[in-house]
Design a protein around this ligand. Structure first.
Ligand code: HEM
Length: 400
């Protein structure tokens, strides 16, 4: 295929069209099978490389010659929102080492497996409270607004020291920042409001310290309030939007695969592995993880030149037959631990131990407490988040 043909054929974000809503866009899947490192056109008319196979994705994300610094000219932005954020209060997810490592290190202790595992009883209590409220005198509800979204929001608020009463405010601003449809003005306004809110919160912790991350960053004295606010924004958004969408989409995928659901119900020891398989199968970071080459690098037989942008499509990598035979099927008994749903390399998701605990508790508790759980609308009417940077469903009406 020539470059011109491939440019015509592939635009990103790519439409899923009428295909299975759990599968990657057919055009990107086709690329993985036929032309795995390929040029594509982004929504704003610029072009970049798509790297689609598991091995190549790990190579790019593990190679320091590929930068995560979004201020470098040519960096591929997946949404207008992400482009608007550049240079304004950057966070370490879009920085390279040593700055990235210096800032990330300030948070590693909070997200270590041991620390997060100790939160299990608290997360379980939150999940049970939410389900008590959701099921009280009712037989149907929207699982997103009543369970999947509030659970990780409550947890990240507790960790950060953000008052949960403000959830409508930050959930709304996050939605604008993550939408593919938001205008530049909408994104700038939402970001400014979120940063102002978090700056004020950080300032307030000076006189009234607590055990939350924001307060401890203030006490540390190494960052100013704006830097702390930027860090808080990253954690607040990454901490609730991702797990919320994984939870709802996981429930939907299980309801669509009743044999797999039955296996899980029969044997709850499968839950941990099932969560990894759901992370692999659903891969909610569905448009790719962005990088930019700082030198000429050969990947999958193609030369990516210095200054060219790259999107590592972790969702197609997670369907790579060489690593996950029969990968287009959900198999809760599969060993899916090599998935790249949390990325790979130095930027690999900081919050993954927390996301795992939340997802394991959410899935196990829902299946145990709601044995008759079912979809309350036709599958065709489920509002999938095709319009958002993080995939999932806008709502999930269920009954039990
Ligand atoms: C980074 C996915 C949950 C915080 C990442 C990256 C991915 C990802 C793919 C890599 C981005 C890159 O390399 O450019 C997910 C998924 C989640 C999830 C699928 C849930 C199912 C969370 C949670 C938190 C979190 C709960 C925090 C509370 C972060 C942070 C980074 C990150 C801070 C940046 C790490 C760095 O640059 O060193 N996540 N994430 N994530 N995630 Fe998550």
């Amino acid at each position: 295929m020539t470059t011109a043909e491939s440019l015509d054929a592939l635009t990103v974000p790519a439409a899923r069209a009428s295909g299975c809503p759990f599968d990657p866009a057919p055009s990107v899947e086709r690329a993985r099978q036929t032309d795995p490192v390929i040029r594509a056109t982004l929504w704003d008319g610029s072009s970049c490389w798509l790297v689609t196979r598991h091995q190549d994705v790990r190579e790019v994300l593990g190679d320091p010659r590929f930068s995560a610094d979004a201020t470098r000219p040519g960096f591929p932005f997946l949404t207008q929102g992400l482009r608007e954020l550049v240079g304004r209060n950057p966070t370490f997810i879009r920085m390279d080492d040593p700055d990235h490592a210096r800032l990330r290190r300030m948070l590693t202790a909070d997200f270590m497996v041991k620390k997060v595992e100790a939160m299990r009883p608290e997360v379980q209590r939150m999940a049970d409270d939410l389900l008590d409220r959701m099921t009280d005198g009712r037989t149907s509800a929207d699982l997103v607004s009543e369970f999947a979204l509030p659970l990780p929001s409550l947890v990240i608020c507790l960790l950060l020291g953000v008052p949960y009463e403000d959830h409508a405010f930050f959930q709304d601003r996050s939605r604008v920042l993550l939408s593919l449809r938001s205008t530049g003005d909408e994104v700038r306004t939402s970001m400014d409001e979120l940063l102002e809110y978090l700056t004020r919160l950080a300032e307030s912790k000076q006189g009234a310290p607590d055990d939350g991350i924001v307060s401890r960053l203030v006490a540390r004295g190494e960052l100013d309030f704006t830097e702390i606010a930027a860090m808080g924004r990253l954690l607040l958004i990454a901490g609730h939007e991702t797990t919320a969408n994984m939870t709802a989409l996981s429930v939907l995928a299980l309801l669509r695969n009743p044999d797999q659901l039955a296996r899980l119900r029969d044997d709850s020891s499968l839950v941990k592995g099932a969560v990894e398989e759901l992370l692999r199968y659903l891969t909610i970071i569905h448009n790719g993880v962005p990088r930019i080459a700082t030198e000429d690098v050969t990947v999958g037989g193609r030369t990516i030149r210095a200054g060219e942008g790259v999107l590592c499509t972790v969702n197609t990598a997670n369907r790579d037959e060489d690593v996950f035979p029969g990968g287009d099927s959900l198999d809760v008994g599969r060993d899916a631990r090599r998935h790249v749903a949390f990325g790979f390399g130095v930027h690999q998701c900081l919050g993954q131990p927390l996301a795992r605990v939340e997802l394991q508790i959410a899935v196990e508790t829902l299946l145990r407490r709601l044995p008759g759980l079912r979809l309350d609308i036709p599958f065709e009417d489920v509002p999938f988040r095709h319009d958002m940077g993080i995939y999932g469903v806008h709502a999930l009406p269920v009954a039990w």
